[in-house]
Design a protein around this ligand. Structure first.
Ligand code: NAD
Length: 347
């Protein structure tokens, strides 16, 4: 199937494939829209089962970035990169080669961290390109974006709690966090400090031990996350976790997490809605990281990042209210709002 025929193509402005034989790098950079500004989104390093799977992932992720940036109110377009490699193949030279490719796009795409890529990796990328963020920054903002992402997810969760249970705190609330990597770990800290009862699951035992050694969390097996009796399910691992198989089995009344592309297909938003499960659209509540990256570009202090991240609470509530008023799924309303912002700026 050609890239143009992919269901996820959705009018992408550019899809750039490049390989570097010296380092073994294979990368795809997708730019969905530059209507609001240069395309900005993280770089994911993942051992994909096929190049087709990598292409689908990068297309869905870059479109998500267009929508995320639009609703976060930041003047950036949507783009994303994937590196097709196993974690153990990641080397400084591979990241430098990736930086060279980003540079060759002349600023149409700006990169940062995503799954499998760290702040340290971004320093190798920065040796070859100016178009990289998520770096250590003397102005206060910058660095690892995941604490800000977790803060936004936490606020989106609070908006869902308010809307569904008319409750302003986490007393008596049980939350299951799937994936305790950068975002999930920081989210657990916030939830724990707020008095929630926190359950965690991860395929990586080291990540589980880290969170358990610091916080009073309960570990549940990876394959029983669906049937756990909790109020909130928080996907913070990989995408497509909300699908035909999982939605009918979900026990939680709220889904609010940091993972990108949680809905396997657009119709799964409607499926959640029909089941009466309140879904906080992923790209709305996980925008804290990109807000931090944009603030790094603008050299804004960390207080202004926090103020902008705090708006995620209001945006999420606004989406729930509009969805209820119109009898629509929350993700559909969020998509419409984001598309209206992008359309208003497209010439
Ligand atoms: P990460 O790699 O640090 O953490 C992901 C964790 O999920 C890992 O611990 C991994 O072992 C675990 N995991 C993978 N598959 C799993 C499974 N099937 N069941 C349970 N655990 C599983 O990545 P991250 O930066 O924390 O990002 C997590 C998600 O949030 C991704 O979807 C990412 O795109 C999204 N996101 C991240 C940021 C950010 O600031 N890092 C911003 C926006 C969105």
């Amino acid at each position: 199937m050609s890239v143009f025929d992919s269901p996820s193509f959705d009018g992408h402005e550019l899809v750039h494939f490049e390989a570097d034989s010296g380092t073994g790098l294979r990368t795809i950079i997708a730019i969905h829209s530059t209507a609001l500004g240069p395309a900005c989104g993280g770089c994911r390093l993942w051992n994909y089962q096929s190049s087709h799977a990598a292409l689908e992932d990068v297309l869905r992720l870059s479109r998500g970035m267009s929508y995320k940036n639009a609703l976060a109110g930041i003047p950036l377009g949507g783009g994303k990169a994937v590196i097709l490699a196993a974690a153990e193949k990641k080397t400084p030279d591979l990241m430098r080669a990736f930086g060279g490719i980003v540079e060759s796009l002349d600023g149409r795409y700006i990169t940062a961290e995503d799954v499998g890529v760290t702040v340290e990796d971004m320093q190798f990328v920065a040796e070859k390109t100016r178009y990289v963020h998520g770096l250590p920054n003397e102005h206060g903002a910058g660095g690892d974006p995941s604490p800000y992402t977790a803060q936004g997810v936490y606020l989106g969760m609070k908006a869902a709690l308010k809307y569904r249970f008319n409750q302003s705190d986490f007393e008596g609330i049980k939350v299951l966090v799937q994936g305790v990597g950068s975002v999930g770990y920081n989210l657990c800290k916030l939830l724990h400090a707020s008095g929630a009862r926190v359950f965690v699951t991860d395929i990586n035992d080291c990540k589980l031990q880290r969170v358990r050694s610091e916080l009073a969390v309960e570990i549940v097996p990876v394959d029983t996350f669906l049937t756990q009796e909790v109020d909130i399910f928080s996907p913070c691992a990989m995408g497509a976790v909300l699908n035909d198989a999982t939605i009918p089995a979900l026990k939680a009344q709220i889904v609010a997490g940091g993972a990108n592309n949680q809905l396997a297909k657009p119709e799964h938003g409607e499926m959640l809605h029909e089941r009466g499960i309140l879904y906080a659209p992923d790209y709305v509540i996980n925008a804290g990281g990109i807000i931090n990256i944009w603030s790094e570009m603008e050299q804004l202090p960390s207080e202004s990042v926090c103020a902008r991240v705090a708006r995620i609470y209001d945006t999420t509530l606004q989406i729930f209210e509009a969805a209820d008023a119109r009898g629509l799924a929350s993700d559909q309303v969020a998509d419409e709002m984001a598309e209206a912002v992008i359309r208003s700026k497209a010439s």
